[in-house]
Design a protein around this ligand. Structure first.
Ligand SMILES: *Cc1c(COP(=O)(O)O)cnc(C)c1O
Length: 348
């Protein structure tokens, strides 16, 4: 039996490393006297955590955040484990033991997690306090707890619920965070995600935790001219078809050819993150020419109108329009979803 190399994929994600670095540097600069870290959970929002961590570490980033403990394992050989923090904290004794063994930092989110961490031997950790998002985080009333006060807190965190809006609640959370800082001994303090960075110096503290905007997301208008597109999904044209007037296209024939026309079938569908919301709305780009998606995205395939580029052939590559703020407006998906949906069939 011979071991053959698999042929190249019909989908690939072009990742612009220069844009990735430029975005992180912009966010670091906009963080003022604070330093920017990087949220690299969920495989760096789908881009590939190893590659992103390596690239940003070379650019000077020294604080990385993942959500789950298994996400730490694949990064341990790339950076000092002390620069990796796990946002979900130690959910059980095994995770606390793993944190101690690897040196990655648990982000403590409750009195129970604080006790669990101390029980496992304790040591340097982060603490997340809840200032109103009611997601994860220690309630402010618990800051005086003995176990919490006994922690060795390198970074004290909180997370903003609506930094992407001009919500009065942002200032409420910022004030609560200041009280939390007075209530527990800690090293650095960190409040802002990508959008929070744009709220200004009151929100910067010592360390910021951008994720979305490193990868090209624009959660607030202030960031629009600072942030560049990083991800360009590319899909190969599998078949070119000539449609006659009246021919239906895709599931349920939601598009009917009004006249004779050329259409192209590309290898892009639900499992790749190209969901049904793109039906009749998405566009593919070939040498600057926009080719509209016609009919429904149908499982693993999407059909495009080739009228504007009649010379296209099987095997040609098309770029999926995927500038995050515009793609979010067009699809109704959030910029977070657009990134994290991109499936494993894309060669990265
Ligand atoms: C994901 C996450 C971030 C990054 O947020 P963005 O909105 O993507 O910039 C920051 N902090 C915490 C706690 C997170 O979970």
């Amino acid at each position: 039996m011979t071991r053959a190399e698999p042929p190249p994929a019909a989908l690939r994600l072009e990742l612009d490393s220069d844009a990735l670095i430029a975005n992180w540097r912009a966010l670091d600069r906009l963080s003022g006297s604070a330093t920017a870290g990087a949220a690299v959970k969920a495989n760096a929002y789908g881009l590939g955590a190893r590659r992103v961590v390596k690239t940003l570490h070379e650019a000077g980033c020294r604080d990385f955040f993942v959500a789950h403990w298994p996400e730490v394992a694949e990064l341990l050989d790339l950076v000092d484990p002390a620069s990796l923090a796990v946002l979900h904290g130690p959910r059980n004794a095994a995770e606390a033991v793993y944190a101690r063994a690897t040196g990655a930092r648990p982000v403590i989110n409750s009195v129970q997690q604080a006790q669990r961490w101390l029980m496992a031997g304790g040591g340097p950790c982060h603490l997340m306090v809840d200032t109103g998002i009611n997601r994860l985080g220690l309630p402010l009333d618990d800051l005086g707890d003995q176990a919490v006060q006994a922690l060795e807190i390198e970074v004290l965190h909180s997370h903003l619920a609506a930094a992407d809006e001009d919500a009065a609640f942002n200032a409420v959370q910022q004030q609560r965070f200041i009280s939390a800082r007075r209530a527990v001994p800690h090293g650095r303090a960190s409040l802002a995600n990508s959008a929070g960075i744009a709220l200004g110096s009151d929100y910067h503290a010592d360390l910021t935790r951008p994720g979305l905007s490193i990868y090209g997301g624009v959660p607030r208008a202030e960031l629009a001219n600072e942030i560049r597109q990083v991800v360009r999904p590319m899909a190969a044209l599998m078949q070119v078809r000539d449609l006659a007037a009246g021919d239906g296209v895709g599931y349920n024939s939601t598009f009917t050819a009004p006249h004779q026309m050329r259409a192209g079938v590309i290898a892009l569908g639900y499992a790749d993150g190209y969901l049904r919301c793109w039906s009749g709305k998405g566009t593919l780009i070939w040498q600057g020419i926009e080719l509209p998606v016609i009919g429904r995205v149908s499982m693993d395939m999407t059909i495009v109108d080739l009228t504007a580029a009649p010379g296209l052939q099987e095997g040609d590559w098309l770029e999926v329009s995927y500038s995050l703020p515009e793609a979010a407006a067009a699809s109704g998906l959030s910029q977070y979803e657009l990134l994290t949906l991109l499936g494993s069939r894309f060669a990265r």
